[in-house]
Ligand binder design. Structure first.
Ligand code: FAD
Length: 528
């Protein structure tokens, strides 16, 4: 009798709280022991079941999933303008100043290349083809505004409360914000920190006054002109690639190595390819100062390894030296949430911080891939665990990614150097090869950097540890193989897969030369 009463009681209180989906509520309340302590609180004690701080990829995905499962959710999203005053709407980095505008600028640059290729395919195109920065920028910004709008409508339709305010913790169950309507305190059973990050600036004179970052480039109200990009991570190289492709002089300043964290052989090939396309590189150099000249140009000074000083004039200096997680603004100490060893990010186990009802997803997480699909996937799975009785955790291993440089680089799994470190050189086999994309023949495009490699264990069927591909459409090529890797792909399976001819993805099914063999990895012909 007592147990029937308590189930009914739980159902009743759950219905009061969520006002929907009794079934899901009952499942929640009766399960997921990790969260049982918070569920024993008095019903109605909190304004929301979940308050999400940050309306970007991870936060929005979690919020929408949580409301679909019957939770009452609010999302706070606020964009602090960049030092030159750039700001944007709802949706976070990816939509506004990341993946989307970047891919569109990359596409614009590729189209420029295609116009030249088209002539050799018989298209009659005059020599005076020009590009308008303003038209491209306006088209991209119009697309972004439409996505901002759709995102807002979607939140309203899904009954997620959107609050355009900066959230800070007042205590472990209260977030404070200031909106146009005044100050608000929001209490919640659970919180999700999904605040992402913002670009860093070099600590040199003139950096903040005259520099821009990826936050500004996609909406820049003037042509970028001759540009120096400080930083050779993927964002720096991508920006340099599309700027050069659009016809601007582009120089990349590298402090140590390009594409740190990626396979360094592949990184080297990407740099060579970009150099061949006209991007300049300043290796082992550090910026020293930025000064505005009367002409309006920027005088940028830098030093090399030998402390020799150089300078040149540029129209734009773009800093791409890394990103800072936006945790300082959150007053995490008021909630008792600890910061990781890097002094900035949040170290969470299955997205749960050291405070059991406060979670984190996306770029703010310590030592996790900073990628949109990662943030989205982790946010959704978390919402299902909190409100849908799921026990499925996020798997951060073997996440595929692509760098959208002029010749793209897609990869999944580990690099050759990590494989050697982890398993020992004698225990891994690296298959590699250069290849000739059919489309490159007629315009006689350079094939010297079209290269791929497969890093595998040496024994047995040779389990694949990493796939690396440089070439056109690398993201499209790698995505399918990423699923295969999740299913424990082996070299044996790759070799017994029949390719699709003539494609570039089929090159993975044709691999047969190991680095160890010392054989020439150049292709004999296209079809053998
Ligand atoms: P975000 O999307 O950054 O969202 C966080 C939101 O929270 C922001 O709107 C922020 O203003 C807001 N916020 C911060 N603090 C507060 C606060 N206290 N209160 C209220 N709101 C707050 N990823 C890919 O997968 N593929 C790509 O090709 C790719 N290209 C990129 C290119 C560039 C130039 C950049 C910069 C990033 C790129 N990324 C790419 C990375 C991707 O954008 C991020 O991984 C992703 O956006 C992270 O999502 P998030 O939810 O963690 O944070």
């Amino acid at each position: 009798m007592a147990s029937i009463f308590s189930v009914k009681h739980v159902m009743f209180t759950g219905v009061c709280k969520f006002r929907s989906t009794k079934f899901v509520l009952l499942k929640n309340v009766l399960s997921t022991p990790r969260f049982a302590s918070t569920l024993s609180r008095t019903p109605g004690e909190y304004d929301y079941d979940l308050v999400v701080i940050g309306g970007g990829s991870g936060g929005l995905a979690a919020a929408k999933e949580a409301t679909a499962l019957g939770a009452k959710v609010a999302v706070l999203d606020y964009v602090t303008p960049s030092p030159i005053g750039t700001k944007w709407g709802l949706g976070g980095t990816c939509v506004n100043v990341g993946c989307i505008p970047k891919k569109l600028m990359h596409q614009a640059a590729l189209l420029g290349e295609s116009i030249h290729d088209a002539k050799s395919y018989g298209w009659q195109i005059g020599d005076n083809v020009s590009h308008s920065w303003e038209s491209l920028r306006d088209a991209i910004q119009a697309h972004i505004k439409s996505v901002n709008w759709v995102t807002r409508v979607e939140l309203r339709d899904k009954k997620v409360e959107y609050i355009n305010g900066l959230g800070t913790f007042k205590d472990a169950h209260t977030v404070q914000t200031v909106t146009k309507q005044g100050e608000r305190n929001l209490t919640a059973r659970y919180f999700l920190i999904a605040v992402g990050g913002r670009p860093k600036y070099s600590n040199i004179p003139g950096a903040l006054e005259y520099g821009i970052t990826s936050d500004d480039i996609f909406s820049l109200n003037r042509v970028p002109g001759k540009t120096i990009i400080v930083g050779a991570g993927y964002i720096g190289l991508e920006c340099a690639g599309f700027l050069k492709g659009l016809g601007y002089d582009a120089t990349v300043m590298i402090r140590s190595v390009p594409l740190r964290g990626f396979d360094q052989q592949m990184a080297g090939i990407i740099v060579e390819e970009m150099r061949d396309k006209g991007v300049k590189f300043l290796h082992k150099c550090l910026p020293k100062s930025v000064e505005k000249l009367d002409s309006g140009k920027l005088k940028v000074s830098w030093v090399n390894e030998a402390s020799e000083e150089f300078n040149d004039e540029f129209d734009t200096i773009l800093f791409a030296i890394g990103r800072r997680a936006l945790t300082k603004e959150l007053n995490l100490e008021n909630a008792g949430v600890k910061i990781a060893g890097d002094g900035e990010k949040i170290d969470a186990v299955n997205e749960q911080t050291n405070v059991s009802h406060i979670f984190a997803v996306g770029d703010v997480l310590y030592k996790k891939p900073e990628l949109t699909p990662v943030a989205i996937h982790a946010g959704r799975l978390l919402a299902r665990r909190l409100f849908g009785n799921s026990t499925i955790n996020m798997d951060y291993d073997n996440v595929a990614t692509t760098i959208f440089t002029p010749l793209e680089y897609g990869c999944v799994g580990i690099s050759e150097e990590v494989a050697i470190k982890r398993y020992g050189e004698d225990n891994i086999e690296v298959y590699h090869g250069y290849y000739k994309p059919t489309e490159f023949f007629i315009p006689q495009k350079s094939i010297v950097h079209c290269y791929l490699k497969v890093v595998a264990l040496r024994e047995g069927d040779q389990k694949v540890l990493g796939l690396h591909f440089i070439g056109p459409q690398a993201g499209e090529v790698i995505q399918g193989f990423a699923a295969a890797l999740k299913c424990n792909l082996t070299v044996n399976a790759l070799m017994s897969t029949v390719g699709i001819h003539p494609t570039i993805a089929e090159e993975f099914t044709r691999i047969n030369i190991t680095k160890r063999s010392g054989k020439d990895p150049n292709p004999a012909s296209c079809c053998s």
